[in-house]
Design a protein around this ligand. Structure first.
Ligand code: SAH
Length: 366
């Protein structure tokens, strides 16, 4: 985003090939640059298989945008790591590393903030600031990979933001991340979570990308879902589920329905039965997540017993359902909470500085 220059981290291999050709170089140099970028180098000078002359020419026309680690928490229980990253324009985003038996998975943000307005979610409380570029989404993975010194094999687009509201950049990100000359992460190991943007879901179905689609349902009917997820007023449940059905039929990929259990709101037997009736026949399974309470809202998460009861009812009706294991309990924070904490802390610091005697704006000496 630096004026007049191209961020090399934000380019697909085809774009880099064209870019180097426009600079009078041979096409294969594009692939070399792509490889370097995806190895995580931070400056053009580290591309040692390019001549010094060409590197200088590159520097005149391009740069590598880099995130910086602002803060990091490591769970002593299970090794989960939460990161706050600083973007080049001073905004903050968060990402999470989760360690599983099958490999390392990173949960990335796709926007700074979010404009979806889901009532239980911390990411959306201050609205959306801006979309992330494909390069900024990618860099969350590159930075974490470097920080832990181990390969990242799985990615979930489930951090702050609505990935389908930043569709173009997310598609570019997907195009880059699975390229064999880059991180080579299989699209099958990538999960994209959405609160239900129907046109993009249908477009994804047409594109036949073998990613896993996760859809945040959280309610079995429009009355309840309208209250929790404003996007439901635009795309009501029947329309959304119809799109999900088409997606599953077209791609033969099983959809994950996410359902955050909120105490006394959506966690009763009647909700489980209604949900089972609505999603029956769609190639899918349900992921039950006890709500992670945020301090700005009154809601609490349902207890284990309620979660198991909900799961049992779904299973009895032939719907596969799992209860999500909570990782990083000791470093807490649902989506967006760490970022918010950071913003609040900064506000307090600014207020504190403003009130210091003798500082600019103080009237102590009048
Ligand atoms: N915008 C996308 C992805 C980001 S949120 C979406 O809505 O799917 C990733 C998941 O976390 C979504 O299912 C979201 O509904 C859920 N979520 C948000 N806040 C939560 C909270 N406080 N407790 C539990 N799940 C939450």
């Amino acid at each position: 985003m630096r004026k007049g220059k191209v961020d090399l981290k934000n380019c697909t291999i085809e774009e880099l090939e064209k870019f180097v050709q426009d600079l009078g170089e041979q096409k294969f140099r594009g692939k070399q640059i792509f490889s370097w970028i995806h190895k995580g180098i931070e400056t053009i000078d580290k591309m040692t298989n390019l001549s010094k002359e060409f590197r200088n020419k590159l520097k005149e026309n391009a740069y590598i945008g880099n995130l910086a680690i602002q803060d990091r928490w490591i769970s002593q229980i299970d090794g989960t790591r939460k990161y706050l990253f600083l973007l080049e324009d001073g905004h903050i985003i968060e990402s999470v590393l989760m360690k599983y038996d099958y490999g390392n998975s990173v949960c990335v943000s796709s926007q700074v903030g979010c404009r979806m307005g889901c009532q239980f979610c911390a990411s959306t409380l201050e609205g959306m600031v801006r979309n992330l570029t494909a390069g900024e989404i990618l860099d969350q993975i590159l930075m974490i990979q470097k920080d832990i010194g181990e390969r990242i094999s799985h990615v979930v687009l489930m951090g702050s933001g609505e990935p389908l509201d930043n569709y173009e950049e997310v598609l570019r990100f997907l195009q880059c991340i699975h390229h064999p000359a880059g991180l080579n992460i299989s699209l099958r190991n990538i999960t994209l979570s959405t609160c239900g943007l129907v046109p993009q879901i249908l477009d994804l179905a047409e594109k036949m990308l073998p990613i896993t689609l996760a859809v945040s349902l959280h309610a079995p009917n429009d009355t309840l879902r309208n209250q929790l997820i404003p996007m439901n007023r635009r795309y009501p449940l029947a329309v959304l589920l119809n799109a999900c059905k088409k997606y599953a039929e077209k791609t033969k990929r099983r959809i994950t329905f996410e359902y955050a259990l909120i105490q006394n709101v959506n966690d009763e037997k009647v909700h489980a039965k209604e949900l089972a009736g609505k999603i029956k026949g769609i190639l899918s399974h349900v992921n039950l997540i006890p709500l992670n309470p945020i301090e700005e809202r009154k809601w609490k998460g349902a207890g284990q017993e309620k979660a198991r009861q909900f799961q049992k009812i779904l299973r009895e009706r032939g719907i596969e359902a799992t209860i999500r294991r909570e990782l990083g309990r000791d470093i807490q924070a649902a989506c967006g909470q760490l970022r918010r904490k950071h913003i609040k802390q900064k506000e307090t610091e600014i207020q504190y500085q403003k009130s210091l005697p003798g500082e600019a704006g103080s009237s102590n000496y009048s």
